[in-house]
Design a protein around this ligand. Structure first.
Ligand code: SAH
Length: 254
């Protein structure tokens, strides 16, 4: 197998949510660099590969990004096939695009492989449809965490009418609530917070916008978790989509 780096999404945790292409990349890999949100159960697909953890948790200090870049380059230049495994999707808050570009600029073949991102998986695990006819005509994925302190346009998010899915927000729930309320979102907007989505220890906390941080505190919500904010996150969602779907007229379906 010739040198190549696969930048692979390992999905949200449930090993059955891995794509067939991710499995192929793992089978071909000589070296696997694994992030900490990846469920190690997926490594059953690469029994012979050298496994290198490059995550930021588990007691280890953060592996600097530059070091990860150099590791991928070094192995690729040795003619090895490398799989860089990331939680969820490599291009949703995962630096997949940056890493692919960096490698290609150095003449290394890099291929991105989609994974199921945590926001989509978490919602589905709780039977929340992120878009729903007549209720939510779009979905917006945002991170509450930035390295450069740049601000989101909270007013646009509050008034955009799409379902919001917030990543990396556990430590910022108070701020998220304040900003969305200030931006004009209704106090009783339903919120679902999903911890460890798709894993056996998944937990789910439902609340409304005004008391989301209070509810999370009582629930002892921990990272990794995603927040789904919008009408679709109502606990009545089940009945909402089974019984109350607006009837489509002939014009609308055309
Ligand atoms: N690339 C990843 C996101 C990485 S950012 C993806 O596409 O899913 C890390 C954040 O993702 C966490 O802070 C959390 O908000 C979310 N996350 C990742 N795995 C999760 C899981 N199993 N359950 C809930 N949230 C998760």
């Amino acid at each position: 197998m010739s040198a190549k780096v696969w930048l692979v999404g390992a999905g949200p945790g449930d090993p059955e949510l891995l794509t067939l292409k991710a499995v192929r990349a793992l089978r071909e890999a000589d070296v696997v660099l694994i992030d900490d949100l990846v469920n190690v159960a997926v490594l059953e697909h690469c029994p012979g590969a050298r496994i290198i953890p490059v995550g930021k948790r588990g007691g280890c200090r953060s592996t600097p990004q530059a070091f990860i870049h150099r590791l991928m380059l070094r192995y690729a230049r040795q003619g090895k096939c490398v799989a860089r495994l990331k939680g969820g999707d490599p291009c949703i808050f995962g630096r997949g695009g940056e890493e692919a570009q960096w490698l290609r600029e150095r003449g290394v073949e890099a291929e991105l492989v989609n994974g199921i991102t945590a926001g989509l998986a978490g919602a589905t695990q709780c039977d929340i449809p992120l878009t729903l006819r007549g209720v939510a005509r779009g979905v917006t994925l945002v991170t509450a965490h930035t390295q450069d302190d740049s601000q989101l346009n909270w007013q646009a998010l509050a008034q955009g009418g799409t379902t919001l899915v917030i990543y990396m927000g556990v430590a910022k729930l108070g701020e998220i609530r304040e900003q969305l309320l200030a931006g004009g979102m209704a106090t009783d907007t339903p919120v679902a917070m999903i911890e460890n989505a798709s894993l056996p220890h998944q937990r789910e906390c439902r609340s409304t916008l005004t008391d989301m941080d209070e509810a999370a505190y009582r629930f002892q919500l921990k990272s990794p978790a995603i927040m789904v904010i919008g009408a679709v996150a109502a606990s009545a969602t089940q009945s909402l989509w089974q019984h109350d779907l607006p009837v489509m007229t002939a014009d609308q379906s055309a």
